[in-house]
Design a binder for this molecule. Structure first.
Ligand SMILES: [Zn+2]
Length: 478
């Protein structure tokens, strides 16, 4: 009897447990989405908060009582909240708080330093990244200050100063190419770009700027806008490639193609690089651009010829420090090279999928060599291909008649990539003990950058007494 009662009780407990399990399973099914992580990226004028989630989210933005707060409610979210607080403190966002308001709703509260505008959009799954909800917090006052600074740089630039914009590809949510060991293209190219800018800025006649200064994403169109705002005379986008095979290696240099690509490889690469906006995350209202108008303009102007000439010089310089995949510039429809007025090129430094090259690309020494080669090519282009415009106003031919403004590197070379630089015959200087590039440059009324370019010197190479250096003839030893 006791035995039978005990069995009945056990059966009841099992039934209750089964009902509870079914109820729990039902609730879990109803709350279909999940929040895995909260991450952030900081740029000088915006913060991107990324919510890693299971699938596309249903959300609403609530009106906060204080303008320094943004509240987003995520609907149909089960599971646990990954972190109740995520401190950011980047001058734009103080802290992100996540909490559950009921069994199916998660509230994200973003506390700002100052009121700012917000863009919320979904980012689809990509490689190891799950579905994401991106929240861009944009400080328009800081954005405007950035733009004003760039435009003032452009207005203040002296007539003989060349403005070069160096663009490290990818950044933030978009890592670019990945090595099997996890080395990211975005980190390698940022490091090379910083070194290139440093080298270029040693030349008093050149001012170089970066499109991105640290690890955050900039849409491709915005990279061009930054170059325009600076009044760039030249735009160089730096990248590293990867392949399914570990064998490919070497550098390639690309320019825009107004028609098809110069090869299937070039076309595939352009598609890969153009996917950056998709991977990095661009709100829909940022993606329009009128390609047709730009291409027509490009054909009408000579920008492309200048780009190809500069790309040829770059190949010559990089060929001194690395293997080339082709000694001719390749062409394809790269979005980031589409400005109709700024000669632009893109360098794929080498392959991260090749273990030997990955190791080299990570090394300070090889990065310095690549930066030195890019800087030498840019400097050579500035000083050799076209005569340097005079700092003094050119003489007026007739009263009231304004001379046409001289534009740096805008005129077409006679034959694009095969053109030889118009060289003035240099004279030779024998380096004496204790002399540096700076002291020699001063002596010949020129700049260290020009001497480096004339002599194909990379920053890694030291001057030795007895070395013969070419010095510009037109400057002379006055
Ligand atoms: Zn890239």
């Amino acid at each position: 009897m006791i035995m039978r009662a005990h069995l009945r009780l056990s059966a009841q407990i099992l039934l209750i447990a089964a009902v509870a399990a079914i109820f729990f399973f039902h609730s879990a099914c109803e709350a279909a989405n999940e929040l895995y992580a909260i991450r952030s990226w900081s740029s000088p004028s915006a913060t991107r908060i990324v919510l890693d989630i299971k699938q596309r989210a249903a959300y609403k933005i609530l009106t906060a009582q204080k303008p320094e707060h943004i509240i987003i409610e995520l609907a149909d979210f089960g599971g646990r909240v990954p972190a109740p607080t995520v401190p950011i403190n980047d001058g734009i966002v103080k802290i992100v708080r996540a909490s559950r308001t009921d069994s199916k709703t998660i509230r994200i509260s973003i506390e700002l330093e100052k009121p700012a505008s917000t863009k919320v959009f979904q980012l689809e799954k990509f490689m190891d990244k799950p579905q994401r909800l991106a929240v861009d917090i944009i400080r328009q006052d800081l954005e405007r200050a950035d733009t004003v600074h760039r435009e003032e740089t452009r207005k203040l630039k002296q007539r003989d100063t060349r403005i070069v914009v160096i663009d490290p590809g990818h950044g933030g949510e978009d890592p670019g190419a990945l090595s099997p060991h996890g080395t990211k293209e975005k980190d390698i190219v940022l490091s090379i770009a910083r070194k290139t800018v440093q080298l270029l800025n040693k030349d008093a006649g050149i001012r170089a700027y970066l499109t991105r200064k640290s690890d955050y994403f900039i849409p491709l169109g915005s990279r061009i806008n930054i170059a325009r705002e600076y009044g760039a005379d030249l735009f160089v986008s730096i990248h590293a490639d990867s392949s399914f095979s570990s064998k490919p290696h070497g550098t390639s240099v690309y320019c825009l193609s107004p028609k098809g690509a110069s090869s299937n490889t070039a076309q595939m690469l352009a598609q890969k690089e153009n996917a950056s906006d998709l991977i990095g995350g661009v709100p829909l209202d940022h993606t329009n651009d009128d390609l047709t108008a730009i291409i027509v303009d490009l054909v009408q102007t000579n920008t492309l010829n200048s780009s190809i000439t500069c790309a040829g010089l770059l190949l010559r310089e990089v060929g001194k420090v690395n293997t080339l995949r082709s000694d001719r510039p390749q062409q394809a429809c790269f979005r980031v090279l589409r400005d109709p007025n700024i000669p632009s090129m893109l360098i794929e430094t080498d392959f991260l999928s090749n273990p030997k090259k990955e190791k080299k690309l990570k090394s300070e020494e090889f990065q310095n060599c690549l930066a030195g080669a890019i800087a030498a090519a840019v400097t050579k282009y500035a000083y050799e291909v076209k005569p340097r415009p005079s700092a003094e106003p050119p003489p007026t031919e007739a009263a009231g008649k304004q001379p046409a403004p001289k534009k740096f590197l805008k005129e077409p070379p006679a034959k694009a990539s095969r053109e030889k630089p118009q060289k003035s015959s240099p004279q030779i200087h024998t380096v004496k003990k204790g002399e540096t590039l700076n002291t020699i440059a001063r002596k010949y009324h020129t700049t260290p950058g020009r001497l480096r370019a004339l002599n194909g010197l990379t920053s890694a190479r030291k001057l030795k007494a007895g070395m013969k250096l070419k010095v510009p003839a037109e400057a002379g030893n006055r």
